[in-house]
Design a protein around this ligand. Structure first.
Ligand code: NAI
Length: 337
């Protein structure tokens, strides 16, 4: 089982790996704690923070933390601020954009965030064509295809280095199942596949040892909670945004996994929404499943594994929605040609 391999993985690498990391949208609810966590990551030696507001302030604040990295803030007002933030970057995290308010779906964010991601991806394609691009801005199901189209347009697309960050769905799954079965959440892993919104998020409970012990009602409630866990946060924040702190932890965890792959660590496996061969024949270009990360980005995209009848039904619905979400992103990018 892929995830048990991951859990048993030991860190033997002591090599010092100097990586340049850029955060675009570094001063938002996600951007600030994410930047803080990247400052604490010993693989990062050069941290560049860009935002349309207050990047210098956040960068100066974080720069006082005594870890082995230089932190620089780049503002939109300075000439070439965005370009300089990206130059020679190894990994670019994109949490720029607007978050949801109560009653909104992630798809409702498309009109604003698609344009933001398009512009940032254009700058990344020109200034950091070899970087791993980690897309957090929603709707991820559509923003990742937008980045792919922009990179293609600029002749620098490398599907092995483009990632939609779906880690939050996996960490929620770990937490929520542990609350039911009363176990240590750090020891629980659930294979969550598909996409990153509502019914496109599919936790494969049948692949866990609890698949046969939980009642049908418990399983349905758990699947729904993992799919719509983000709504709990949006509702509780009551107009103050969506998940930021748990998302920052998820983003930092995934970024660390990508850097670990770059550094040559073995058996680094994380789920991610990527340009995937799994359902391409059905016209679905992007899909989330576990991927092995290596020195050049994605080393292997793993199939979803065995699923039961109910999960097959969920997968069918997921694919229908995903296809629409992906087409929407591609159409948007094409309309800017
Ligand atoms: P926020 O509004 O607190 O922060 C967004 C930041 O982006 C702000 O600092 C803003 O100034 C900046 N920004 C806006 N336009 C920009 C541009 N053109 N260039 C650079 N920076 C720009 O929002 P929050 O809560 O940090 O969420 C950010 C995004 O992440 C949203 O789209 C949200 O839906 C998404 N998200 C994704 C999750 C995932 O699992 N992938 C989970 C939670 C949120």
């Amino acid at each position: 089982m892929i995830f048990s391999t991951l859990a048993k993985r030991t860190f033997t690498s002591t090599a010092f790996n100097p990586y340049k990391v850029t955060v675009l949208g570094a001063c938002g609810g996600i951007g600030q704690p994410l930047s803080l966590l990247m400052k604490l990551n010993e693989k990062v030696t050069d941290l560049r923070l860009y935002d349309i507001k207050n990047a210098k302030g956040v960068a100066t604040d974080i720069s006082h933390i005594p870890t082995n990295s230089k932190v620089t803030g780049f503002s939109a007002e300075e000439a070439d601020g965005l370009n300089n933030a990206l130059k020679e970057s190894d990994l670019v995290l994109i949490p720029a954009g607007v978050p949801r308010k109560p009653g909104m779906t992630r798809d409702d964010l498309f009109n604003i965030n698609a344009g933001i991601v398009y512009d940032l991806a254009t700058a990344a394609a020109k200034n950091a064509p070899n970087a791993a691009i980690l897309v957090i801005s929603n709707p991820v199901n559509s923003t990742v295809p937008i980045v792919a189209e922009v990179f293609k347009k600029n002749g620098v697309y490398n599907s092995k280095k483009l990632f939609g960050v779906t880690t939050l769905d996996s960490i929620r799954a770990s937490r929520f199942i542990s609350e039911i079965v009363k176990t240590d959440p750090t020891k629980e892993t659930i294979n969550v596949i598909g996409g990153h919104s509502g019914i496109t998020i599919i936790p494969l409970l049948s692949q866990t040892k609890y698949g046969s012990t939980l009642t049908k009602e418990q399983k349905e409630a758990l699947i729904h909670r993992i799919q719509f866990g983000g709504d709990e946060v949006v509702k509780a924040k009551n107009g103050g945004g969506s998940a930021t702190l748990s998302m920052a932890q998820a983003g930092a965890k995934f970024a660390n996994a990508v850097l670990s792959g770059f550094a040559g660590e073995k058996n680094v496996i994380q789920p991610s929404y990527v340009d995937s061969p799994l359902y391409k024949k059905e016209g679905i270009e992007f899909f989330a499943s576990p991927v092995t990360l290596g020195p050049n980005g994605i080393q292997e995209i793993h199939p979803i594994g065995e699923i039961n009848g109910e999960e097959s039904e969920l997968l069918k619905e997921c694919k229908e929605t995903l296809k629409k979400n992906i087409d929407k992103g591609i159409k948007f990018a094409d309309s800017k040609k």
